[in-house]
Design a protein around this ligand. Structure first.
Ligand SMILES: [Zn+2]
Length: 906
């Protein structure tokens, strides 16, 4: 068999290269099937008797489904062998004779099923006038175009696409390019689209269903539409004042009373420039490549959004914003995701990674640029401070021995799904931030614009970007950055002050407390006593030292008291471990409000991580937290809350007798901000205050703050009586839901029942999400079980079930584990493969904190594992081991009780 030689290969052979696809698809929305035909113009560039391309879950029935027509000749060849190799998702066409070199047309007819797996060509459903309808949607990234049509399904095989759809006449049919012609033939219509520029298969998209849209025209005439589900009410359209959004687009509210954040989008650049010193350059300095851009909300969607060229698909919650029922956090999420997807139109779509190893070029950059865009559009959101959340999640994952390098080998299509993780997105964006800060914003932007121009309509590798940056900056970018992208992990820089000398040493930071043998070239920055006194250098070796005599002299205090902050404003992707003396000085500087919010965040986060890795005591962490009593910055307070949740969980296992005092202390920490914010929004208050109020009240409810619990119940009752009650606006609803669930139990589950009623009545996905995230936070295991069972019923879309599990508190973790095992067959059959299944495993396993649990979980998955979550399972088990060591370390801290007591009562 000729086909044997092609088995088990990471990539397709390159002896025939696709140039153009003429693709026709006809979905049947009643029977959920589709038929199609494709004519692929290929260039045979090497002697071969075989053509190998990707195909999966397709059938090729009937008479002669495949032919190969030689260009400029009437000769048509039929393969003597047509072998489908399902495990490699390839189709091998074997011919009797060698194919002539040059161009030919490969024609294939095929059939498939509109699946319910949210990938390939799938069905989503929606409600139209009380009737359930199907729509057909594609999701091809990373490697699922092959489930819709046979193709060279790798990012480097770029080709043009001429698409034709045959669909029911009354439906809206969209693809990447504009319609050129529509022919109606009774109940069906044939829709022809303009041929696309060359692009990768994973960016091809088709959507067929019933939709409304709002439309805007960018200054240069690019038509931008946002499609939503057809509304049930006829409240009519009304315009939204857009002055906050700096938008040139018409921004309207559609029939469903959902308004949209639409971004100014002229075809030459994203609107990220108005307030940015970089405006004179126009950030990408390259036009948007297509004649139109559609963005569409899809009711069933596995990820947050997908940047398909010219037809971006979103979850409802990532695109739609309801003025009356969406929270400030929802608005920010929409802004982030839209900016991310629009950035991809350049980073990813115009310039595409050569192979999945370079996925981070797509995701890291789109993530980073989305912050650049939002910082410009919404300067009052302080998004660069909020960026530290991204960085922190990257640091957390990358502190595991089971992490992976940014540039990761991909040897099989099944391995790609797992790398859409915090390493590619968050560490990717963070090392970009570090490099930009090292090279300077202006130089960095010039190099990027050059990179985009040079690789437009083509593919790039990581080193291509380094090369352009080196040309522009003259710095050894490749040498510096390879240490960050080719090896996993990152360093912790130990800092000691000895006389007038500052001593540095770097070791790999691992949360399990061990030191790996990685070494990095670290752009170190430091401030001494004020932000005017700053020093920068590249730490290239394990140890280094710096003489501070000059700085100390200028301070005139012998260097005995001023603070030293390393990693100024947290632009570097590393941690810092100060000696006790330096840390105490930073605590004082925080109390005196001398540090920037980013540095206050950084000092807390580094201390917390060192504590988790058993490198610092919990007592010292709590004493440091006490310096934040007057904290008022949104991002810093939000992080204090995150750290508080984790400390509370771990001490509930380690020192349950201290739990009440620890809660009391955390309530004290939040008191000043909570009193200022109250429950009711103030007139003209800031976006960040609106977000903070919800987070603080939710935290107070978790910490059992009596007054908050009582007030929450009162406001919740008012909300039940009137969904538009001003007592419970969207920003505080989650807090009230969580508070109500804290007191629910199996003999009185009125909170649960009421929330379920609200869930059933609302058609807003964001509201449903808030409720799902609250139901399982109840301490009563019976209610937790009820909530988890509900998440598997048909009232919850499969894309959303995980929200419920993510809300389970410490008291529910055993229940969740038993529930996962009991329902494993159903869950693994429903979510089959893909990253959502991994999230079930991660959410259930990670909260445990004992070695016995590691063994138990390991044993269960030894017979229930799947390749799609192997990495996530290993990482989750490592987290359990880390938790377990942390518990032991806290138990051995003799002074902890005394310190907690003092903090809680002073
Ligand atoms: Zn992305």
């Amino acid at each position: 068999m000729v086909s044997e030689q092609f088995k088990g290969q990471a990539r397709l052979p390159g002896f025939a290269i696709p140039k153009r696809y003429d693709l026709t698809l006809q979905p049947d929305l009643i029977h959920c099937t589709f038929s199609g035909s494709v004519e692929i113009t290929v260039d045979v560039v090497a002697e071969t008797r075989s053509i190998v391309l990707n195909a999966a879950d397709l059938t090729f029935d009937g008479d002669g489904p495949v032919s190969f027509r030689i260009s400029n000749s009437s000769q048509e060849l039929r393969p003597s062998e047509l072998v489908h190799i399902p495990e490699d998702e390839i189709l091998v066409l074997g011919f009797d004779d060698y194919l002539p070199l040059g161009v030919g047309v490969l024609a294939i007819r095929f059939y498939g099923t509109l699946n319910d797996q949210m990938k390939g060509f799938y069905r989503s459903s929606y409600d139209l006038n009380g009737e359930k309808k199907n729509m057909a949607v594609t999701q091809f990234e990373p490697a699922d175009a092959r489930r819709c049509f046979p193709c060279w399904d790798e990012p480097a095989f770029k080709a043009t696409f001429k698409i034709t759809l045959v669909v029911p006449s009354e439906l809206v049919a969209l693809s990447c390019m504009p319609v050129t012609e529509e022919k109606i033939n009774g109940p069906l219509k044939t829709v022809f689209y303009k041929e696309s520029p060359i692009m990768s298969t994973y960016l091809v998209a088709v959507v067929v269903g019933m939709f409304d849209y709002v439309e805007g025209i960018s200054p240069d005439g690019t038509k931008v539409r946002v499609y939503t589900q057809v509304g049930k009410s006829d409240q009519g359209k009304f315009a939204l004042a857009c002055e906050n959004f700096k938008s040139d687009l018409v921004c309207k509210i559609c029939k469903k009373n959902l308004c949209l954040l639409i971004f100014h989008f002229d075809s030459h650049h994203l609107e990220i420039l108005n307030f940015n010193p970089l405006i004179t350059f126009q950030y990408f300095d390259t036009p948007y490549a297509l004649p139109k851009l559609d963005m569409i909300a899809i009711p069933d969607f596995a990820a947050g959004a997908m940047e398909n060229y010219g037809l971006v698909t979103y979850r409802d919650t990532a695109l739609l914003y309801d003025e009356h029922h969406s929270a400030a956090a929802n608005k920010q999420r929409v802004a982030n995701v839209v900016a991310h997807e629009l950035a991809h139109q350049w980073f990813g779509n115009l310039v595409t990674m050569e192979w999945w190893t370079h996925l981070w070029l797509n995701e890291g950059f789109a993530t980073w640029v989305s912050y650049l865009a939002n910082d410009s559009m919404f300067p009052e959101w302080n998004v660069w401070t909020q960026f530290l959340d991204q960085c922190t999640q990257g640091l957390r994952l990358d502190a595991l021995a089971e992490s992976h390098p940014i540039e990761v080998d991909i040897n099989h299509a099944s391995e790609i799904d797992e790398i859409f993780d915090a390493i590619s997105y968050r560490k990717g964006a963070s090392v970009i931030q570090m490099l930009q800060s090292y090279l300077g914003a202006e130089c960095f932007q010039k190099a990027l614009a050059c990179y985009i121009k040079r690789f437009a309509c083509s593919n790039a590798r990581t080193e291509d970007l380094w090369h352009v940056l080196e040309e522009e900056s003259g710095e050894p970018v490749k040498m510096i950055m390879s240490s960050w992208t080719k090896q996993m992990g990152y360093p912790v820089i130990g800092i000691k002050l000895a006389g007038h000398e500052l001593q540095f040493n770097q070791t790999q930071f691992l949360s399990n407390g061990s030191s790996g043998d990685g070494q990095w070239i670290v752009p170190v920055t430091l401030s001494c006593g004020s932000y005017d006194a700053q020093r920068n250098f590249l730490l290239k070796s394990k140890v280094d030292r710096m003489d501070l005599t000059d700085l100390i002299k200028s301070k005139n205090d012998n260097g005995e008291s001023f603070w030293i902050k390393v990693n100024v404003n947290q632009t570097g992707f590393y941690r810092v471990k100060y000696d006790d003396n330096l840390l105490a000085r930073l605590g004082k500087a925080i109390e005196a409000n001398m540090l920037s919010p980013t540095d206050r965040f950084g000092v807390l986060e580094d201390s917390f991580s060192l504590c988790m890795a058993c490198k610092k005591s919990l007592s010292s962490l709590l004493s440091l937290m006490n310096s934040y009593r007057q904290e008022s910055d949104y991002t810093v307070l939000s992080h204090i809350i995150t750290v508080a949740y984790k400390v509370l969980k771990i001490t509930a296992d380690a020192t349950p007798e201290l739990s009440n005092d620890i809660k009391k202390f955390f309530i004290i920490l939040l008191k000043s901000a909570a009193e200022k914010l109250g429950w009711d929004p103030k007139n003209e208050e800031s976006h960040l205050d609106s977000m903070l109020r919800g987070e603080i009240l939710t935290a107070l409810a978790f910490f059992g703050h009596e007054a908050t619990l009582k007030e929450a119940q009162r406001r919740f009752n008012a909300f039940l009586a009137d969904r538009n009650s001003s007592l419970l606006p969207p920003d505080t609803r989650k807090a009230a839901y969580v508070a109500v669930m804290q007191t629910d139990n199996s003999s009185n589950s009125s909170g649960f029942d009421s929330l379920l009623r609200v869930y059933r009545e609302t058609d807003l996905s964001q509201e449903k999400g808030r409720i799902l995230g609250s139901l399982a936070s109840c301490p009563d295991p019976d209610i937790v079980l009820k909530a988890l069972n509900f998440s598997l019923c048909s009232e919850v879309r499969t894309q959303d079930a995980i929200f419920c599990l993510a809300g389970v508190g410490r008291q529910g973790r055993e229940t969740a584990w038993k529930w996962l095992k009991d329902n494993w067959e159903f869950i693994s059959n429903t979510w089959k493969s893909g990253y959502l299944l991994g999230r079930f495993v991660g959410a259930v396993v990670s909260p445990f904190c004992s070695e016995e649990k590691v063994i138990e979980v390991d044993e269960f998955f030894s017979t229930h594992s799947k390749t799609s979550f192997v990495r996530v399972l290993k990482q989750s088990l490592e987290v359990v081991k880390i938790n377990s060591s942390w518990v032991l370390s806290i138990k051995n801290e003799n002074t902890l009780g005394g310190i907690v007591n003092e903090l809680a009562h002073k």
